[in-house]
Each structure stands twice: as structure tokens, then as C-alpha cells.
Write a protein that binds this ligand. Structure first.
Ligand code: AMP
Ligand code: MG
Length: 301
């Protein structure tokens, strides 16, 4: 899936050429049966078990109380999933379904909204650096520093020269993270204009979903083509081997979850995880434990 969904590096990315309803990599109906959605949902649960195991190994590698000299690069390892999408593109749902399969103890989930006054007083990467996962954690960014070349560009929040310079700054930043043991997986959930309309309407039609609705989403929707152009440039300029971009067709939620779960599993595989060796003498500890006298007996009980 990493190969299949990776954006064509170097070339200009053409989002219009990727059908948001397509399902790249999904096995054919001989495997899935007629109900592809049910199949994919079950697969996500199965994948989740493996993901949970891999996450635990990552956590253990950083947590093991190894003697400092024995702490190799494994001790710095962390993984960061960056999710970007248009409004209602499915970032929240992906976190619920895919990150939800992992142990909350080792997760580090952050959402980025409009910068606060304090954040604006700093460089755009300042708040990002502060939100990075520590060693052993799986981070998930619900929006990210890419907003600073997306909404910032489309809404002219900064001069063009400023956002133009950011692609290189982002690449340098991500290179630095990779060198520091952080494995990045950047995913754009690609929905169609039509599907966004459907989802926003569904939010309006259901009082239980009003909290998800933001009148500003309609303004952003009106600038759909500008956003698509900004996304295309961000993906093509900032797809690097150190920090690849993946494009996930996301009109079908079950495919989206299945694809992202696969991308994460394959990413963990590239990290080469394993459980750390004990830093104590296991046999001696066993003897000590079994040799311990229990609580003092009273009246033979
Ligand atoms: P939501 O993800 O629905 O909670 O919305 C978050 C909002 O914050 C979106 O409208 C984003 O465009 C906005 N946002 C996130 N990052 C930035 C940024 N760096 N500059 C301006 N707006 C941002
Ligand atoms: Mg929103």
C-alpha cells in the first residue's frame, strides 16, 4: 500500500486524476465477497491487533530501563501520522477507527486549529515542535504544519513570499525529525466536492452533528479549486523519502480506514521493531521471586 498510495514523487500531483471513490489495493470480490464494507471493517479489526502489538514494541523500546550506554537509536524511535483533508474529509473518523485500535497509553493525539496569539508570535513550526510525540509514542496530527501552506495560502493569511518559503522549511524540518528517530507517515484523505456536500448536509440535518458543523466550512468549500491546487503543491513539493506523502481516496469510509491501517502497519514494519532484551538476569530474578517467603502464617493458614 505504501507503494501504491505514495504520491508520484517529483512530478506535479494531479488530484483530479485520482478518483476519491476508487479503492486501490483492495482485493477483488473473490476475496472480499459482495459486502466489501463488512470485509474491510473486519480486516481493520484484525489489522488493529497487529498494530497494537507493534505499538507496544515501540513503547517498550523506549521504556526499557536500559543502562544509558546500551540505549541505542531504538530508544529515540517514534512514529507520527499526519492527517490532512478538506473539512469533513474523515480525519476524526480515521483517528477513531485506526488509532482507536491502539493502546491509548502510547498514543499522542494533537489537533491544530487557528493559531493562538501566543503561537502567532512564533515561527509556524513552533507549536508543531512542542506537539511532537516523545520516544516510544505513536503521534497523530489532526491537521498540522501543512495548514500553513494550505489555509494560509488560500486565505492569504501571510504574504506569498512567506508561504512560498515554507515548502523548503518544512522539508528541512521533516528531515531533521527523521534523523532524530521520528518516522513520518503523511496522509491526505482525498474526498470529492460532491461527497463533502453530502457530509456537510448530513451534519446540518442531524442536531447531534451540529457540533461538527462550522459555517466557515462553506466558505472554504467555495474555494475548493484553490484548496485542491494548494494541496497538490504541498504534496508534490514535500513528498520526500524521509517524509513521504500518501494519497488515500476517502469517499468510502471503510476503504479509507482499511488503507490507513495498512499504511501504518507497513510503516511499523519498516521501523524494524522487536521487544527489548531484559536488562536484568531473568534466571536470578525467577529464583529470587520463587524463593521469597510468603506472608507470615497465622495458625497454619
Ligand atoms: P477543525 O479541524 O474542524 O477543528 O477546524 C480547525 C480549523 O483550524 C480549520 O478551519 C483550519 O483551517 C484551521 N487552522 C488550522 N491550522 C491553521 C493555521 N496554521 N492557520 C490558520 N488556520 C488554521
Ligand atoms: Mg471542521
Amino acid at each position: 500500500m505504501r507503494e501504491l498510495l505514495r504520491v508520484a514523487s517529483g512530478d506535479a500531483v494531479d488530484l483530479a486524476a485520482v478518483d476519491p471513490r476508487s479503492t486501490p489495493g483492495l482485493p477483488d470480490r473473490e476475496v472480499t465477497g459482495e459486502d466489501r464494507k463488512a470485509w474491510a471493517r473486519t480486516q481493520v479489526e484484525l489489522l488493529g491487533v497487529g498494530l497494537g502489538r507493534q505499538q507496544e514494541m515501540l513503547f517498550a523500546g523506549a521504556k526499557a530501563p536500559a543502562v544509558p550506554a546500551a540505549r541505542g537509536p531504538a530508544a529515540r524511535r517514534r512514529v507520527l501520522l499526519v492527517l490532512q483533508a478538506m473539512d469533513s474529509g474523515g480525519k476524526d473518523g480515521t483517528i477513531k477507527r485506526v488509532a482507536g485500535a491502539m493502546n491509548p497509553l502510547g498514543l499522542h493525539i494533537r489537533s491544530f486549529g487557528p493559531p493562538t496569539e501566543q503561537e502567532l508570535a512564533h515561527d509556524f513550526l513552533w507549536r508543531i515542535r512542542r506537539a511532537l510525540p516523545a520516544a516510544g509514542y505513536v503521534g497523530v496530527f489532526n491537521r498540522s504544519h501543512y495548514e500553513d501552506v494550505l489555509v494560509a495560502r488560500v486565505e492569504s493569511l501571510v504574504p506569498e513570499a512567506t508561504w512560498r518559503a515554507r515548502y523548503d522549511e518544512i522539508n528541512a524540518f521533516e528531515r531533521e525529525l527523521a534523523d532524530d528517530g521520528l518516522t513520518l507517515v503523511k496522509v491526505m484523505l482525498h474526498i470529492s466536492h460532491h461527497e463533502q456536500g453530502r457530509r456537510l448536509l448530513a451534519r446540518l440535518d442531524d442536531p447531534r452533528k451540529h457540533w461538527k458543523y462550522n459555517p466557515g466550512d462553506v466558505d472554504a468549500r467555495a474555494r475548493w479549486n484553490d484548496y485542491q491546487a494548494a494541496y497538490a503543491e504541498a504534496l508534490s513539493r514535500c513528498d520526500t523519502d524521509a517524509a513521504p506523502w500518501f494519497l488515500v481516496p476517502a469517499d468510502r469510509k471503510w476503504y479509507r480506514d482499511w488503507a490507513v491501517a495498512h499504511l501504518l502497519r507497513e510503516t511499523f514494519d519498516t521501523v524494524g521493531l522487536g521487544y527489548p532484551a531484559a536488562t536484568f538476569d531473568v534466571r536470578r530474578e525467577r529464583e529470587r521471586l520463587l524463593g521469597t517467603t510468603g506472608p507470615v502464617k497465622v495458625n497454619g493458614r
